[in-house]
Design a binder for this molecule. Structure first.
Ligand SMILES: *[C@@H]1O[C@H](CO)[C@@H](O)[C@H](O)[C@H]1NC(C)=O
Ligand SMILES: *[C@@H]1O[C@H](CO)[C@@H](O)[C@H](O)[C@H]1NC(C)=O
Length: 325
């Protein structure tokens, strides 16, 4: 039966399962008392993050390649893998039941490039951690911004994406079921959350706190122009790279990252999911990001993600910002 299902659907179905499996591992590592917050200095926390990153990326790569050996898998960590058959994670049934968009139906493994970010958003959050006594050491702050990202690209374009939030719902208390997986495929749609269309004309903009600088502010101030908006608007500046998720969810209308600091694996999955719901993600010049397997990793032109009105928002990016990216 599996042989009749297009490769891209099988890779996506496996990626959803692999992300869920990774989330378990993240929660395990993050709540481990051994590795806990006793070491409050930045160095110790950075080491902990590196350990989790490496472990999760190994899990993702090994699970994907055990099942699909011809895939191109690219991620931040580049460790030797021990590929064993038990690395297989299985397939998500909901994905397998869906009809594959015709444009993707005949793809081979070799044509798919998988961009993996094992653990986005942790380093940015570390300075904010101050765990309440009833929660594991690393559960506090903006933990629902921590994401595992698996993006699928074909012909240099982001087409499929999985975003897992291992700590989603953590604010509902110690008994809450943690975690959530959102996924999408261009031409099919996106699933895993309660979709609500954002109000037309609203302009809630978000950017990354840790990368905030003069250019970012200039850009936000220019786009945040009350004259342009028929309804009241709000500017929020908080969080981490996983913030494109806020746009996907319709909580924000644009994610503006007017600096060169993020990588292809940060944007591939969010871009695919946004495009699956009719949004867009490009650099600040409005140019498409290229996810071909041989490209350089940094998104040197910055990032703008929108739910709608992409070109309108691109047109508001100040010249000084364009000149610097
Ligand atoms: C996919 O391959 C099948 C069988 O070779 C063919 O009939 C179909 O037209 C192809 N579809 C696309 C979109 O290329
Ligand atoms: C996204 O932006 C690119 C580059 O400007 C454009 O070619 C494409 O048509 C846009 N897609 C959507 C869905 O708006």
């Amino acid at each position: 039966i599996m042989a009749n299902i297009p490769v891209i659907m099988r890779v996506l179905a496996a990626s959803v399962r692999i992300a869920d499996k990774s989330a378990l591992l993240v929660r395990e590592i993050m709540s481990s008392r051994d590795l806990g917050i006793v070491d409050k200095v930045c160095g110790g926390q950075k080491n902990l993050q590196t350990k989790a990153d490496t472990a999760v990326e190994k899990l993702i790569r090994a699970s994907l390649l055990a099942e699909f050996p011809q895939l191109n898998v690219i991620g931040e960590e580049d460790e030797k893998l021990d590929l064993t058959a038990d690395a297989k994670a299985g397939s998500d049934d909901q994905v397998l039941r869906m009809a594959c968009p015709p444009a993707c139906a005949n793809l081979s493994q070799e044509e798919i490039v998988v961009w993996v970010d094992p653990l986005d958003g942790t380093a940015d959050n570390f300075p904010l951690y101050s765990p309440p006594p009833n929660l594991p050491p690393f559960i506090s702050g903006l933990l629902d911004h921590v994401t595992i990202l698996i993006g699928l690209a074909v012909n240099g374009e982001a087409v499929g994406g999985v975003i897992n939030q291992p700590f989603y719902n953590y604010q509902s208390g110690p008994q809450a079921n943690l975690g959530r997986t959102i996924w999408g495929l261009v031409g099919l749609g996106a699933f895993g959350w309660n979709r609500a269309e954002p109000p037309v004309g609203r302009r809630i903009l978000i950017t990354t706190r840790s990368h905030s600088n003069e250019l970012v502010n200039l850009c936000l101030d220019s786009i945040y122009s009350p004259d342009l908006c028929p309804t009241p608007t709000k500017k929020t500046m908080t969080g981490t790279k996983g913030l494109a998720l806020r746009v996907i969810e319709g909580e924000a209308d644009a994610y503006v990252f007017a600096s060169p600091g993020c990588k292809k694996w940060d944007t591939c999955a969010p871009e695919a999911i946004l495009r699956a719901v009719g949004g867009n993600l490009t650099d600040v010049h409005g140019k498409k990001i290229n996810y071909h397997k041989d490209v350089k990793f940094p998104n040197t032109g910055g990032v703008i993600a929108t739910y709608r009105d992409h070109q309108t928002i691109i047109d508001l990016v100040p010249q000084k910002v364009r000149d610097n990216l």
